[in-house]
Design a protein around this ligand. Structure first.
Ligand code: SF4
Length: 453
């Protein structure tokens, strides 16, 4: 009889892409997706902060309470961390570490579900083959590239996430990811093109995602701009976006490429550039490898090329040695930068990272200060976002219609990924790409109407 399963991903878009890849593989093997009463529940966990790890534990407990008989399989960064540090997580039937994730379907199929003992997948050596889609045991899985695409959480809206690389060896001092995902591996351009063409008309938008885009193409003489060019030239995809672009990927070649392509209406003009701090001292302690001025220059160049491009970022507050002085530098940096969307994180120590040593010497920033700083930056972010959306009134561009529809207003994403409320005569098919003009801003909602061309 065919087994049923359900799945859930925490954390970044890469995790989401992997979850759906696993779903697709299981579906292609005849498994049935059933959230009501699954026989197997797969959780793709995140360990980027201690909060993320805590949430994964809570979710495991909830899942076990809800489905006492279900086999719970946990993979991802938190699972890898727990296996590496010999932590016993009750209520889990199997942990699968990141390096075994490509083989998760075979591992599930090989499980002897009758065994009462909990089984933990071994920590295998990293698969160093740069072809990310190639399975570790190619003899047991020979159709891996077929299902590499995955539809993201806007189900049926035609937005697909495509993973372009995995791993990182930048070793930012606070980050546990390089220890859990291993060294960088990159996919080749032709594979990504094949994958997008294979998805065909089902995809209206492709979101390229990676742990650190800096490592895309390394060793293959391929670069991110080359990938973007080839996707635009060799596929019919209507919208192409970058999930995140990391500061080191914004080099001369990328800036020149954006200058040449800024008028391309198939491009989504949204750049999520995680910079983490605007203080040189903190950037250095974080081992980010750039100064605030260097990153500011890059941001200004993007903004000059296209002032309507939305620039977002991640910022960590309360990193060890961040006094009021360093925090104010970050505040000042963000105030004058062209960044309009902030994601604020409060620093949390991750065992095994270099920041733990810094913290031992400098001590921790108090929780009160972290809360105060995060609130202050959140407020600044809200102001800047408001100013940015106000500047869009009168602008027109292609938008991606989503599912939400009420009172002749349909949810959509603008050409720079700003959420819109589009006035329509009747509900349009989600996934439709429509030319719209922004009319007004009401209570933070961006109101648009269809524009005839
Ligand atoms: S670039 Fe830094 S923060 Fe990002 S995954 Fe690599 S080490 Fe972590």
């Amino acid at each position: 009889m065919r087994k049923s399963f359900a799945s859930y991903a925490f954390g970044c878009r890469v995790n989401e892409a992997e979850k759906i890849l696993i779903d697709n593989k299981l579906l292609s093997k005849g498994y049935i997706y059933n959230e009501e009463n699954p026989e197997i529940f797969i959780i793709n966990s995140c360990a980027v902060t201690s909060k993320a790890e805590h949430e994964a534990r809570q979710f495991i407990n909830q899942t076990r309470r809800k489905f006492p008989q279900t086999k719970i399989i946990v993979t991802g960064c938190a699972a890898t961390q727990w296996v590496k540090t010999n932590q016993i997580i009750n209520k889990v039937d199997q942990m699968i570490v990141n390096t075994d994730k490509n083989n998760i379907v075979q591992l599930i199929e090989q499980l002897d579900w009758l065994l009462p003992d909990r089984i933990v997948s071994r920590l295998t050596p990293r698969n160093d083959n740069p072809n990310i889609s190639k399975p570790i045991n190619s003899h047991t899985y020979n159709n891996s590239r077929k299902n590499l695409f995955s539809q993201d959480k806007f189900t049926n809206s035609g937005r697909y996430i495509v993973k372009i690389q995995d791993g990182c060896n930048r070793f930012c001092s606070y980050c546990i990811v390089p220890y859990l995902r291993g060294k960088p591996i990159t996919r080749k351009i032709y594979e990504i093109i094949d994958e997008i063409n294979e998805i065909g008309d089902r995809a209206k938008e492709i979101i390229l995602t990676g742990i650190n885009t800096e490592f895309f193409g390394v060793g293959n003489q391929e670069t991110l701009p080359k990938l973007l060019d080839e996707i635009l030239n060799k596929t019919k995809i209507e919208r192409l976006s970058l999930g995140s672009i990391h500061p080191w990927s914004i080099n001369k070649e990328f800036i020149n490429w954006y200058k040449e392509n800024t008028g391309n209406s198939r491009l989504v003009h949204f750049f999520h550039i995680p910079i983490q701090s605007g203080s040189d001292k903190i950037l250095q302690l974080m081992n980010r490898g750039y100064t605030s001025q260097e990153i500011m220059n890059k941001l200004i160049q993007i903004h000059k090329i296209n002032p309507s491009a939305l620039i977002g970022t991640d910022i960590i507050v309360g990193f060890p040695e961040e006094s009021d002085k360093e925090f104010n530098e970050t505040y000042e940096f963000l105030s004058i930068s062209p960044i309009s969307k902030f994601h604020i994180f409060r620093y949390s120590p991750r065992i095994g990272t270099k920041a733990i040593q810094i913290e031992k010497q400098a001590g921790l920033v108090s929780p009160r200060d972290k809360i105060f700083r995060s609130k202050k930056l959140t407020k600044l972010g809200q102001q800047k976002y408001q100013e940015f959306i106000n500047s869009l009134v009168g602008k027109s561009g292609k938008s991606h219609l989503l599912r939400g529809f009420q009172n002749n207003v349909q949810a959509a994403l603008f050409i720079n990924q700003i959420p819109l409320s589009v006035k329509v005569n009747q509900k349009r098919l989600e996934g439709t790409i429509e030319n719209v003009i922004i009319e007004s801003i009401t209570n933070n909602h961006v109101i648009a109407s269809e524009k005839q061309v």
